[in-house]
Design a protein around this ligand. Structure first.
Ligand SMILES: NC(=O)c1ccc[n+]([C@@H]2O[C@H](COP(=O)([O-])OP(=O)(O)OC[C@H]3O[C@@H](n4cnc5c(N)ncnc54)[C@H](O)[C@@H]3O)[C@@H](O)[C@H]2O)c1
Ligand SMILES: [Zn+2]
Length: 370
């Protein structure tokens, strides 16, 4: 592993793990002989799960690394790419492949791909033989910033997204930022929405750094800088998860922009990307915060400027504010029928509110749609 890999500890007692982030993380074995993989895969049967877009790009190389790390056997299972494939049937397919290859309780499942692949593979790992080791190798920015850390696994039902799943922490997470080079720009933007979310919630300095470097980040001009930024964002998520693994309290802050965003995605039948919807949702929450005198207008403007510089949308024409509010009532994060919203208090600080009058929410939504 490269000596300059960023490391982030997710501190969960006996289930703690380290996230490694660097360009060429998996291939550069100069300093310590082999990657952190060795410790977790040596002498074991490994099944690498990847999707049909990522498979041809990186699976062969990752399988070679697994073999070099001393696995007993290393095989690959490719699932079709796309959220439509995030079903229990795909999880069953992974488990059946594991059974056919003779994986036992000491074997390991690895995911190589975006958030869909890691959610499904983590889910399969949590139920196969009542739970086996799982290692995540995220290849999308969203999976690095968000899905890769925290142990939430899942699959969709026709009735709704992520309605089934488990908490199952990985043994380690390996993020090679050079995987991002093949990611379509729309997917980079999507990951940036979650990155900007972390900065607004927790880290004014990171926000400023993003203001200064967003162009370079979008073009992946500086892989080391990208790794540092991802690590900084991951530290915030790791912190939240360490203190609230099962989302009893603080972890709900990560829902910033998502109550609005999920409603928009649902009303548009998921034709708008998650990142775009979250961007609009964060803007709606910031307008609400300004109207409630909880956030300075200058901070809300900085937010909008950064989102625009990232080519993320601020408004959602074509939807009615009342429909968005109605769809928000169905959010699974609400409690006792009350809307729970994350409201920014400025750049780097936010809180959860449950008692905001609905006419105020409606008014803030209305500013950003017509
Ligand atoms: N578990 C969690 O905490 C958590 C958090 C956030 C999101 N999620 C889940 O993550 C999913 C979204 O993640 P996503 O955006 O990564 O989706 P995804 O896995 O569908 O990946 C997006 C697209 O990029 C492709 N791709 C991935 N890496 C690539 C690469 N390096 N080069 C070229 N193409 C590549 C994929 O094949 C796919 O087409 C959703 O299902 C969401 O529910 C989970
Ligand atoms: Zn999200």
């Amino acid at each position: 592993m490269t000596a300059r890999a960023e490391q982030v500890l997710v501190d969960l007692g006996q289930r703690s793990y380290t996230v490694y982030i660097a360009p060429d993380l998996l291939w550069d074995q100069s300093s310590s002989g082999l990657t952190p993989l060795t410790r977790f895969v040596q002498g074991k049967k490994a099944l690498l799960v990847t999707d049909s877009n990522v498979s041809g790009l990186y699976a062969g190389q990752v399988l070679s690394v697994l073999q070099a790390a001393g696995t007993l056997s290393a095989e690959c299972h490719t699932i079709p790419a796309g959220e439509e494939e995030k079903t229990f049937a795909t999880v069953e397919g992974i488990c059946r492949k594991a059974a056919q290859l003779g994986l036992d309780r000491h074997s390991v499942l690895l995911s190589l791909g975006g958030g869909v692949t890691s959610d499904l593979t983590g889910f399969a790992a949590s139920i196969y033989m009542r739970g086996i080791d799982f290692i995540s190798i995220p290849t999308s920015l969203l999976a690095m910033i968000d899905a890769g850390i925290g142990g939430k696994t899942g699959a969709d039902l026709p009735e709704g997204k992520n309605l089934i799943g488990t908490f199952w922490q990985p043994k380690t997470v390996l993020m090679d930022v050079n995987f991002l080079r093949s990611l379509p720009p729309s997917e980079i933007r999507c990951g940036c929405a979650e990155l900007i979310k972390h900065a607004i919630l927790f880290d004014a300095e990171l926000f400023q750094l993003l203001e200064e470097t967003i162009g370079d980040l979008l073009r992946l001009n500086d892989p080391d800088q990208t790794a540092r930024i991802i690590a900084r964002s991951c530290r915030h998520k790791a912190n939240v998860v360490s203190n609230d693994e099962r989302e009893g309290g603080r972890r709900a802050l990560l829902n910033f922009g998502h109550s609005f965003g999920h409603a928009i995605e649902k009303l548009l039948h998921f034709r708008m990307s998650h990142g775009d919807a979250v961007s609009i949702g964060m803007v709606m929450a910031s307008t609400l915060a300004v109207n409630l005198r909880m956030m300075k207008e200058t901070d809300a403007l900085r937010m909008k400027k950064l989102l625009s510089a990232t080519c993320l949308p601020l408004n959602c024409p074509g939807l009615k504010a009342a429909d968005i509010l109605e769809a928000m009532r169905g959010d699974k994060k609400n409690r006792n029928g009350k809307l729970r919203l994350v409201i920014p208090r400025g750049i780097g600080k936010a809180e959860i509110q449950e008692d905001i009058p609905e006419d105020m929410i409606l008014k803030a939504i209305g500013v950003h749609c017509d």
